[in-house]
Write a protein that binds this ligand. Structure first.
Ligand code: 5AD
Ligand code: SF4
Length: 464
């Protein structure tokens, strides 16, 4: 009998990938994914610990799931509750103590053992089963092959963990040391994803551009530039992306790949965190603002149409008004297509958390607002600038209105347009008519792509 599996994913794309793989591992045990936890036989929360209140959110969600479990028990059924991901890794014992009704707790590098954990939980008499080992090599060796997913875009984890130890970040503690998968495994997984219908691949890693994997022929290790060039040879693979990168790992070879590989999308997430040298140093980022500018200039030389996004933290311990002004002027100088910004939150166990000069919450709020206003203005300008251009759009999913599809531009912008269902999962040339704050709208550039519909009714598109 099929059992229902509900997985709720928090945080980054790597967690999305991990959740998919958990479903793959549990499929042979008869579990199929369901959209609601209400009557699930197993509920897994795949958690994120990167910023504040993560653990508290997990505990309150667990409170709700517990009620569902009790209701099912009253009906003579059961529900296995699992907590996965980085909160599980960092606070596994705490979860077992505060939420003893949780059956299994497992970190990001141990979910290959899920079937055994489920079996152990069944025999554990209500004791929580805890697995927070760091054997990432074992994980990739033991994972089953990726299951068929129909979507045109796929994630592929090539690297995990981080040895950079930025002073604010929990990742080196929750995901462990850097590990790179061998090139042959990655190429094989990419080919399978293509065979299953994907045309776009996003290579994932906490420090993805630090990837250095065993070469398929046993020769010298490859770096990411080489891997991208090899991936570009795969039939059907029309778009390659990678995220997230550290500025220091943007090697000349990787930058050259941006010039040479047309299927490598002209869009790069390159977090800088701060524009002030003093703060970059205190953050242990290991580079200064000029180094960042030089990398950006080289990327733009290599690929003039490249657009950038970034992450910023405001209110890092000791950040002054002047330091923050340097962040604003870095943003002005670089000009981003998009960026994420966060208020610094002390993470237990990280060096910055015990700094004595913490920035006032109200000051953080103010800084966040002004940074976001600047970033939003840049994003709006970038989007508005698309108007009138024709660009390839990967049509991914139906829109809210009849006949509408939503796709992604090379720059990850959502594009709304009228298009026949037959173009779904394909890349079509779209002429952009309007660039809004968060998305674009347009029409198919070639009328013969749009059978029987000479008028594309753009007003309706704009309503989305
Ligand atoms: N406080 C605020 N933001 C953080 N990030 C990581 N750790 C913290 C923290 N302690 C942000 C960084 C990182 C992104 C994924 O999350 O900007 O690039
Ligand atoms: Fe965290 Fe990224 Fe720094 Fe690693 S490089 S410690 S993942 S912010």
């Amino acid at each position: 009998m099929t059992k229902r599996l509900f997985i709720k994913t928090y945080g980054c794309q790597m967690n999305v990938y991990d959740s998919e793989r958990m479903a793959d591992i549990l499929a042979p045990l008869g579990y199929a994914e369901t959209a609601s936890p209400d009557d699930a036989d197993m509920v897994i929360l795949n958690t994120c610990h990167i910023r504040e209140k993560a653990a508290e959110k997990v505990f309150s969600e667990l409170g709700r799931i517990r009620k569902l479990k009790e209701r099912r028990k009253a009906d003579g059924n059961d529900m296995v509750i699992g907590v996965a991901g980085c909160v599980a890794q960092a606070e596994g014992d705490e979860i077992a103590r505060r939420a003893p009704y949780v059956d299994i707790v497992f970190g990001p590098q141990s979910y290959q053992h899920l079937p055994e954990m489920v079996a152990r939980a069944a025999r554990a008499n209500g004791q929580t089963v805890l697995e927070t080992d760091f054997d990432v090599e074992d994980k990739f060796d033991k994972l089953p092959e990726t299951s068929a997913k129909n979507g045109p875009t796929a994630f592929l984890t090539i690297q995990e963990g981080c040895d950079k130890f930025c002073a604010f970040c929990v990742v080196p503690y929750t995901r462990g040391a850097e590990f790179s998968r061998p090139a042959a495994d990655i190429l094989a997984e990419a080919r399978r994803l293509m065979a299953n219908g994907a045309v776009e691949i996003t290579l994932l890693g906490q420090n993805v551009n630090a990837w250095h994997g065993a070469a398929p022929d046993g020769g010298a290790e490859w770096a990411l530039g080489r891997l991208i060039r090899e991936l570009a040879e795969i039939d059907r693979l029309a778009r390659i992306r990678y995220t997230t990168s550290h500025p220091l790992e943007m090697t000349a070879d990787l930058i050259a790949a941006h010039a040479e590989v047309p299927t490598l999308m002209p869009y790069l997430h390159l977090p800088v965190q701060s524009g002030a040298d003093r703060i970059l140093h205190a953050m242990n980022r290991r580079h200064d603002r000029d180094t960042y500018f030089r990398i950006v200039d080289k990327l733009r030389d290599a690929r003039p149409d490249i657009a950038l996004s970034s992450d910023f933290i405001v209110g890092f311990p000791g950040e002054t008004d002047r330091d923050f002004a340097d962040t604003l002027n870095l943003v002005t100088r670089v000009t981003y297509a998009q960026a994420y910004s966060f208020k610094y939150s002390p993470r237990p166990g990280t060096p910055a958390a015990v700094e004595t000069v913490q920035v006032d919450e109200a000051v953080k709020d103010e800084r966040l607002q002004s940074l976001q206003a600047l970033i939003n203005a840049q994003q709006a300008a970038f989007n508005a600038d698309m108007s009138g251009r024709t660009m390839p759009v990967l049509l991914e999913r139906p829109g809210r209105h009849a006949g509408q599809l939503i796709g992604r531009s090379p720059y990850m912008q959502a594009v709304h347009l009228l298009a026949p269902e037959s173009l779904r999962n394909q890349i079509a040339d779209v002429t952009i008519e309007q660039g809004g704050a968060n998305s674009l709208s347009g029409r198919l550039a070639r009328e013969d792509d749009m059978p029987g519909k000479p008028d594309t009714g753009t007003d309706e598109v704009h309503a989305a």
